[in-house]
Design a protein around this ligand. Structure first.
Ligand code: PLP
Length: 440
């Protein structure tokens, strides 16, 4: 028997990938269809129907010139990122497929995935701001986002101006003028307009179109600040902010996109012009989502439309039941808006009311506690957007550290219960809420 190198059978030549089909007879395929295969060709992975998890820290270059070309992309010598894979702090196949598929939902040119929603938000803000700059943001924001702006960026000379989510166009004009004056006094610029809509836990909607118009009126040169929006509560299904004037969309993928309460991740998407500086900082800092989490998110994206649709239908039925209940004082649900200005924003921006809402239990904290402790199907936990129904009391939990005056101004009362409805049977959920209200 010979074991000389000549006896080794040469490896099978790999087949070439086929171009991906994204239209049929000129009609673009819908996101729900593209989620099964977009950005991945089985030919490149031994015919595996699903992308394998690429558990590797680094990638072999085809040749030295290719290595140089890829590094030109990484270091920003050429914009748009690397043409090939280099090193897993920069990117990997699972993350790139995920970024391609996330871009589809928002009609974004590019997307970046992160190890958490907060990493995405912090890296975005750091990438946009220098000392002396000003961030304009709607309020309330997710508490950690608000804290990052007010407490962390403040240490690096970045200040902020905030405005209530439901602000009118005139109030937006005024806040941008204030921000411009503040930036000038500090020797900086207005670097970022950062929105969160609907706001948590009030469900107040921000008029993104009005902010786009206000921004365009206030900043006439090319050098205008981008509008970023945290779309975690209604995206990617029920609100597409890039269509309404936003430049950058941010997600906590931990919520509806992940959808099973079993992972933590985040993303930023938008035009390449805005994403490139964020990618450069992610390349430096890390914070990219790991390949296993990216793979789980690919699985989640295959059912995101199904899950969100069902959760939205369940929430509509549950809210219909809660609306007339004698122990319920009120509801903060986007399906039942009472303010005409908010209804107008909803009609222009949203295609569904979501499945996360507030219910005000008659009484105070004691009655709300009694209600929460009596629930049997709904679990007592913070977070939202999972397959299971969750309930919490913001005043005593997520918003405990918010000063009392600010809580009062935002309408975060001791009897406000926050509910994220899942995909269980709607009648079972109604029966559970009914018996818990009976126990109050
Ligand atoms: C959860 C959440 C975040 C933070 O996301 P993580 O994945 O927990 O870091 C940001 N914004 C909103 C609206 C959220 O609900």
């Amino acid at each position: 028997m010979s074991d000389t190198p000549e006896a080794i059978v040469p490896p099978t030549p790999r087949r070439k990938p086929k171009p991906e089909v994204t239209t049929i007879n000129g009609r673009p395929l819908k996101p729900a269809t593209l989620m099964m295969g977009h950005g991945f060709d089985p030919v490149l992975s031994e015919g595996a129907l699903k992308p394998p998890i690429f558990q590797t820290s680094t990638f072999a270059f085809e040749n030295a010139a290719a290595g140089k070309r890829h590094f030109e992309g990484i270091t920003g010598k050429r914009p748009g990122g690397a043409e090939g894979l280099v090193y897993s702090r920069f990117n990997g196949p699972n993350q790139e497929i995920l970024e391609d598929r996330l871009s589809v939902w928002d009609g974004a040119e590019d997307a970046l995935v992160f190890s958490s929603g907060m990493t995405a938000i912090c890296v975005l803000m750091l990438a946009m701001c220098s000392a002396g700059d000003v961030i304009v943001h709607s309020g309330p924001l997710y508490a950690a986002s608000e804290g990052f702006v007010a407490k962390v960026l403040a240490r690096y000379g970045v200040t902020y101006v905030d405005f209530p989510a439901q602000a009118s166009r005139a109030e937006m004009d005024a806040v941008l003028a204030t921000a411009q004056a503040q930036a000038e006094a500090q020797g900086g610029k207005v670097a970022l307009i950062y929105l969160e809509s609907p706001a948590n836990p009030t469900n107040a909607l921000v008029d993104v179109e009005a902010m786009r118009d206000a921004r365009d009126a206030a900043f006439t040169g090319d050098d205008h600040p981008p509008i970023a929006i945290d779309n975690t509560f209604l995206g990617p299904l029920w609100q597409k902010p890039l269509d309404h004037g936003a430049d950058i969309v941010v997600y906590s993928l931990t919520k509806y996109v992940g959808g099973h309460s079993d992972l933590v991740a985040g993303s930023v998407s938008g035009a390449k012009k805005w994403i490139d500086p964020v990618r450069a900082l992610r390349n430096t800092m890390g914070g990219i989502c790991d390949p296993n989490t990216a793979w789980m998110l690919l699985r989640s994206l295959e059912t995101v439309e199904l899950r969100m649709t069902r959760a939205g239908e369940n929430a509509a039925k549950v809210c219909e039941f809660l609306r007339g209940h004698p122990k319920v004082e009120g509801l903060g649900y986007l399906g039942f808006i009472s303010d005409p200005a908010q209804q107008d924003i909803y009609d222009r921006h949203c295609s569904g009311a979501g499945s996360t809402f507030s219910v005000f239990i008659k009484g105070g904290e004691a009655e709300a506690f009694r209600f929460l402790d009596s629930l049997t199907i709904a679990k007592l936990a913070v977070s939202l957007g999972g397959t299971e129904t969750l309930a919490s009391l913001p005043a005593a939990m997520t918003h405990l550290s918010v000063p009392d005056e600010r809580k009062a101004a935002l309408g975060i009362t001791d009897n406000l219960v926050r509910i994220s409805v899942g995909i269980e049977d709607a009648d079972d959920l109604i029966a559970d809420f009914a018996q818990a209200l009976d126990a109050v």
